[in-house]
Design a protein around this ligand. Structure first.
Ligand SMILES: Nc1ncnc2c1ncn2[C@@H]1O[C@H](COP(=O)(O)OP(=O)(O)OP(=O)(O)O)[C@@H](O)[C@H]1O
Ligand SMILES: [Mg+2]
Length: 244
C-alpha cells in the first residue's frame, strides 16, 4: 500500500481551477518531486494534503486512512509535517521554543523535549542559536528552523515547499545534504517542491510535473527533463532566476 495516495483531487477558487483531477502515489522511502511553473498549483496541493484547505472533490489516503476533513494539527498528529514557502516562525518565542512547540503533538513522548529540540537544531545547523528570538534569524536560518520544527513532530512524511528559496549556493548545498541524510539515514519519506532545478533533480527519485493544476508528466528526473510537455510548460517559461 502507498504511504500517501492522492486520488482525483480538485480545487477551484471561484473561476480559477487551481488543482485539476490530480492523482499521485507516494511510496514509503520516496523523495517525490513536484515540479511546475509559478502558479501551477503546487502549494495549493500541499494545502489540500495537510488540511489547510478542503478539496471540492477527490480523496487523500495516508496508509489507507482518509485525511479529508481533518484540521492541520490532526494531519500532523498522523505523521504528515510540512514547511511553508514563506517562513512562519512563532514570533516572540526563542529558536529553541519554536522547535519545542513542534514536539507537543501526540507522536512525541513528553520526555527530554529540550534535549530533543537542541539535537534537532544541531542537526539542521542552528547549534548556538537556541536562545535567539526566532524572528531575528537570517532568512536562511529561518528556513532551517522551519525544517527543525517540522521534524520535531516526528513525521513519517515531510512536505517541503521551496526550501532553497532565497538561499545562497553554499546554504543550498548544506540543506541538500540534510535532506539527503533525512531520507537515507532516517528513513523519512519526502515530497519536495523546488524551483532550483539542478539540486531538485539530484535529490528526487521520481517527479510529478504539474501545469495549470493538472499532472502533465510523471517519471524519473532524467525522463522528466526530456519530456517536451515539461520543457514547454516549465523550462521554456521560467525566468532566469528560477532556471538558475
Ligand atoms: N486561497 C486562494 N484563493 C484564491 N486563489 C488562490 C488561493 N491560493 C492559491 N490561489 C491561486 O491558485 C493558483 C495556484 O497557486 P499556488 O500557490 O498553488 O501555485 P504554486 O504552484 O505554488 O506557485 P509558486 O511556484 O509561485 O509558489 C494561483 O493562480 C494562485 O493565485
Ligand atoms: Mg508555491
Amino acid at each position: 500500500m502507498s504511504l500517501l495516495s492522492v486520488q482525483n483531487l480538485d480545487k477551484r477558487f471561484g473561476g480559477l481551477h487551481a488543482v485539476k483531477d490530480v492523482s499521485l502515489d507516494v511510496q514509503k522511502g520516496d523523495i517525490l518531486g513536484i515540479l511546475g511553473p509559478n502558479g501551477a498549483g503546487k502549494t495549493t496541493l500541499y494545502n489540500l494534503l495537510t488540511g489547510f484547505i478542503k478539496p471540492d472533490n477527490g480523496e487523500v489516503l495516508l496508509e489507507g486512512q482518509s485525511l479529508l476533513g481533518l484540521p492541520p494539527h490532526k494531519v500532523v498528529g498522523l505523521g504528515v509535517a510540512r514547511t511553508f514557502q514563506l517562513c512562519r516562525p512563532f514570533v516572540g518565542l526563542s529558536v529553541l521554543e519554536n522547535v519545542m512547540v513542534g514536539s507537543l503533538g501526540p507522536r512525541v513522548p513528553a520526555v527530554d523535549l529540550t534535549k530533543r529540540a537542541r539535537h534537532l537544531l544541531a542537526q539542521v545547523g542552528l547549534a548556538g542559536k537556541e536562545d535567539s528570538p526566532a524572528e531575528l534569524l537570517s532568512y536562511g536560518d529561518q528556513r532551517r528552523l522551519e525544517i527543525a520544527r517540522a521534524l520535531a513532530t516526528e513525521p513519517r512524511l515531510l512536505l517541503l515547499d521551496e526550501p532553497f528559496a532565497g538561499l545562497g549556493s553554499g546554504e543550498i548545498a548544506a540543506l541538500s545534504e540534510l535532506i539527503r541524510d533525512l531520507h537515507k539515514n532516517q528513513g523519512l519519506t519526502i515530497l519536495l517542491i523546488e524551483h532550483k532545478l539542478r539540486e531538485f533533480m539530484q535529490l528526487v527519485s521520481h517527479v510529478v510535473a504539474i501545469d495549470f493544476g493538472q499532472v502533465i508528466a510523471t517519471g524519473s528526473p532524467s525522463e522528466i527533463v526530456k519530456n517536451p510537455k515539461v520543457i514547454e510548460a516549465y523550462i521554456g517559461r521560467q525566468d532566469a532566476d528560477h532556471a538558475a
